[in-house]
Design a protein around this ligand. Structure first.
Ligand code: NDP
Ligand code: HSE
Length: 427
């Protein structure tokens, strides 16, 4: 057997400790698949005294993660600190400058630091764990579907949001309670607003779109909305109408260019995405000639994420390599990104209106003025003088028309709260 691959791990939190544990627990099958053993020789974190639940005897400790990169015993640097700036960025740049291979789970860095990474065209940088935790979606798109033209990549890419939405629906729990639980389980980002405001999903979507469509990562063009506005009332109406609410990331090739959007969406109960609950992620890929591929699995947490990190280490041990985004940098295409205003789709709209005669006529007049056609309308019970929920489901219409109508509806005297709008995804 070849000499061991010596690994230095910067960041020993949820994922870092998970990687140390997995390399120890599955050492025998990992060595067989890698053709050599993979050994952790050095680590770095902030608090040397903290118990991480893993044995670190004989492993060199570096207070400074950049010093770990310079450690002559380290062949490969595993960056599991997180964040597009600060220590994580310094570690990755130092390793690339030193010509050491890097494995990372850091989607924020991959999605937003493309130009810094591009300064190292021959860099060996692997990031399977950055998208959808344990689901091998990067390898699937970049290698397994290398012969296909990709029409779309969509799905549930944030375990924290899916966990929150699932438990809010199934157990009628409130948002803050479930978020705290997701944080305690190690699913959430260091700043959980990245999860709930859709930014983490957008980082992942930007990476997937780059690989799927052979272009540079274009995070700035992703339309991003999170789940803070999703409430129990809309979750209940969705059930009644035969939908589930999910935070989706969608990248699709259109005649005008590539559409990339992240927002809560209602998906029919018959969709493969509707039944994906808890911390699970799912990725739906439409390719030609492969057709539809659906991948599902745990999208966050120590074990699943470590699984993806170690798979990258095994590839390194075997010298298996593919270009960063699937094609050589010089072959990346300049694909236009399509603005959200030109999107077309169906919409769920909930208005809290004064329960009085003439309100529906005013509402439908606004929709008529913007050429928005209704599929159905729903109102339960009566509360004269009070606000009552009126739900409208539209046929396919233009996003720009919907936005203009929404502004007028919000300004009607009878509309008592800001309208709730959730897009409906049937494709
Ligand atoms: P944690 O917050 O649990 O761990 C971060 C680690 O980095 C800690 O060990 C911390 O040290 C260390 N650290 C922070 N700053 C420094 C510094 N300046 N110098 C040295 N070490 C430092 O994060 P996660 O493990 O959850 O996430 C790590 C990465 O993996 C992130 O990029 C995240 O987005 C990504 N990821 C996470 C997933 C998950 O489920 N958690 C899933 C997929 C990807 P200390 O422990 O001493 O505080
Ligand atoms: N915070 C992320 C999530 C971790 O909840 O999906 C996995 O990338």
């Amino acid at each position: 057997m070849k000499p061991a691959l010596s690994v230095g791990i910067a960041g020993l939190g949820t994922v870092g400790a998970g990687v140390v544990r997995l390399l120890r627990d599955n050492a025998t099958p990992i060595a067989a698949r890698a053709g050599r053993s993979i050994e952790v020789v050095a680590v770095s974190a902030r608090d040397r005294k903290r118990d991480r639940g893993v044995a670190l005897e004989g492993v060199r400790w570096h207070d400074d993660p950049v010093a770990l990169v310079a450690d002559a015993a380290v062949d490969v640097v595993v960056e599991l600190i997180g964040g597009a700036e600060g220590a994580a960025y310094d570690v990755v740049m130092a390793a690339l400058a030193a010509g050491k291979p890097v494995v990372t789970a850091n989607k924020a860095l991959i999605a937003t630091r493309g130009s810094a990474i591009a300064a190292f065209p021959n860099a060996s940088l692997r990031f399977e764990a950055a998208v959808a935790g344990g689901i091998p979606v990067i390898k699937t798109l970049r290698e397994g579907l290398a012969a296909d033209r990709i029409a779309s990549v969509s799905g549930i890419f944030n375990g924290t949001c899916n966990y929150i939405l699932s438990r809010m629906r199934a157990e009628k729990l409130d948002f803050a309670t479930v978020l705290a639980d997701a944080q305690a389980r190690g699913y959430a980002e260091a700043d959980p607003s990245f999860d709930i405001d859709g930014v983490d999903t957008a980082h992942k979507l930007a990476i997937l779109a780059a690989i799927a469509f052979g272009r540079q990562v274009d995070f700035a063009s992703v339309h991003v909305e999170g789940i803070r506005g999703v409430n129990a009332l809309d979750i209940a109406f969705a059930e009644e109408l035969g939908y589930r609410i999910k935070l989706l990331g969608i990248a699709r090739a259109t005649a005008a260019g590539i559409e990339t959007r992240v927002h809560p969406a209602m998906v029919p109960l018959t969709s493969p995405l509707a039944q994906v609950d808890g911390v699970n992620n799912a990725v739906v890929i439409q390719g030609d000639p492969v057709g539809q591929i659906v991948l599902q699995g745990r999208g966050a947490g120590a074990g699943p994420t470590a699984s993806a990190v170690v798979a990258d280490l095994i590839d390194l041990a075997r010298n298996r390599a593919a270009p960063l985004l699937g094609v050589e940098t010089g072959s990346l295409q300049a694909c236009a990104s399509v603005p959200m205003a030109v999107h077309q789709g169906a919409y769920f709209l909930r208005l809290m209106v004064a329960d009085q005669p003439g309100v529906i006529a005013d509402v439908t007049a606004v929709l008529r003025d913007h050429s928005i056609s209704l599929e159905s309308m729903l109102q339960h019970g009566r509360s004269p003088g009070d606000a009552v929920a009126v739900v409208l489901v539209t046929h396919v219409t233009h996003e720009a028309a919907m936005a203009a109508a929404l502004a007028r509806l919000a300004a009607l005297a009878a509309v008592r709260e800001p309208p709730a709008l959730i897009r409906i995804e049937t494709a």
